[in-house]
Design a protein around this ligand. Structure first.
Ligand SMILES: C[S@@+](CC[C@H](N)C(=O)[O-])C[C@H]1O[C@@H](n2cnc3c(N)ncnc32)[C@H](O)[C@@H]1O
Length: 350
């Protein structure tokens, strides 16, 4: 879409254009990961993160009675770092490796190219959409996927609901504009009273669409979805939109297409949506507990035994970033939803 003077975009359309416009979108032209990028994700901090996920996936498969054919679908692979390390770990488990079909759903052609380059010679299917997922027992893995999807915002003022929009009064200086909105339209779409006791609503229509298809696939074929994301469990929703450039928070309206736009996932809402789609919540915890339960420290001890002090220190420094309370440990939440018959608690109980 070409934005013209005085155009009004709902916030989710604004985010879509800022991040995913074919030509100018942030994710369509840039590799944002790492020190030189704008932000860093867990797989890019330590390979141990991806190793833990790989071992968790193998246990999940074993719990499903080791089906001969099994789908792993990564949602939004970024620079491909996580799936690369996951595949390397799978190589130590040949029986599983033979059964596992790896799929990636990636929107950005630019990042897809980076992924294909990094993962050449690997047997991976890049999906155009989730309907292409073959009907097999499946695990969907979403690390920082849902926080990258466009979302809507609604604000309650004087007992009335307004939708947040952006108006391009001037092409370089857009401003927020709240427009009166009938909130029951949203509630009809998502199937529950999201506005109950709320003063602010943030929700992503495209997240709901993805969760709907994923739930159908899981219910049909058995399996689950593991969601790891920046988020919170509070019942009350809040305005968490943020724009990030060069590892710093920047003005949302002054960095269109230049900066990432993201938000904190309200896991209560995600849980409600998954339950409405007939999935069972098998586990919820935070990243710290999840990684500790999976034995990240034990693994670090084993691999660092013969290493010089500086390398050992680096491994532990990176783990600290993943599990520290003030770093990612408690800010990131982990949720597992499965079909109703699957019982699997690995990583969620200590
Ligand atoms: C914040 S990054 C996370 C990347 C990776 N999972 C990681 O942890 O490093 C979000 C990823 O999701 C991709 N993405 C966003 N919307 C998407 C969509 N609708 N379908 C597929 N991929 C999408 C982005 O292009 C990007 O690769």
């Amino acid at each position: 879409m070409k934005i013209k003077k005085n155009d009004i975009l709902t916030i989710d359309k604004y985010i879509y254009e800022a991040l995913y416009n074919n030509k100018t979108g942030y994710y369509m032209k840039k590799n944002p990961f790492g020190i030189k990028g704008d932000f860093i994700t867990a797989p890019n901090i330590s390979i141990l993160f991806s190793e833990m996920i790989a071992i968790w996936i193998i246990s999940f498969w074993q719990n499903l009675k080791s089906p001969k054919e099994f789908n792993l679908i990564e949602l939004g692979s970024g620079n491909g770092e996580m799936i690369d390390q996951i595949i390397k770990t799978f190589e130590n488990f040949p029986l599983f490796e033979k059964c596992c079909k790896i799929n990636i759903l990636e929107k950005s052609p630019y990042l897809k190219k980076i992924q294909k380059n990094k993962l050449k010679n690997k047997n991976i299917k890049w999906l155009n959409n989730l309907n292409q997922v073959s009907n097999l027992p499946s695990i969907f893995i979403a690390n920082e996927f849902f926080d990258a999807l466009p979302f809507k915002q609604f604000i309650k003022k004087n007992k009335k609901w307004y939708e947040r929009n952006v108006k391009f009064y001037n092409l370089n200086k857009p401003k927020l504009l709240d427009i009166l909105y009938d909130i029951s339209k949203v509630e009809k779409k998502i199937g529950f009273k999201i506005s109950y006791k709320q003063k602010f609503i943030e929700y992503s229509p495209s997240a709901i669409e993805y969760l709907n298809i994923i739930s159908q696939k899981i219910n049909l074929n058995t399996g689950g979805i593991l969601i790891i994301d920046y988020g919170y469990w509070d019942t009350l929703m809040k305005n968490t939109i943020k724009s990030i450039y060069n590892h710093k928070h920047v003005d949302l309206l002054n960095n269109f297409g230049k900066a990432d736009i993201t938000y904190n996932i309200n896991f209560k809402i995600i849980q409600k949506i998954l339950k409405n789609f007939n999935l069972k919540i098998n586990g919820k915890t935070n990243q710290k507990k999840f990684l500790l339960n999976l034995g990240i420290l034990k693994r670090a001890e084993i691999i660092s035994k013969k290493l010089p002090f500086s390398k050992k220190a680096d491994i532990y420094f990176r783990i600290k970033r993943l599990i520290d309370k003030d770093s990612m440990g408690e800010l990131f939440k982990v949720l597992l939803a499965t079909d109703k018959n699957t019982k699997f608690k690995t990583g969620f109980v200590n």
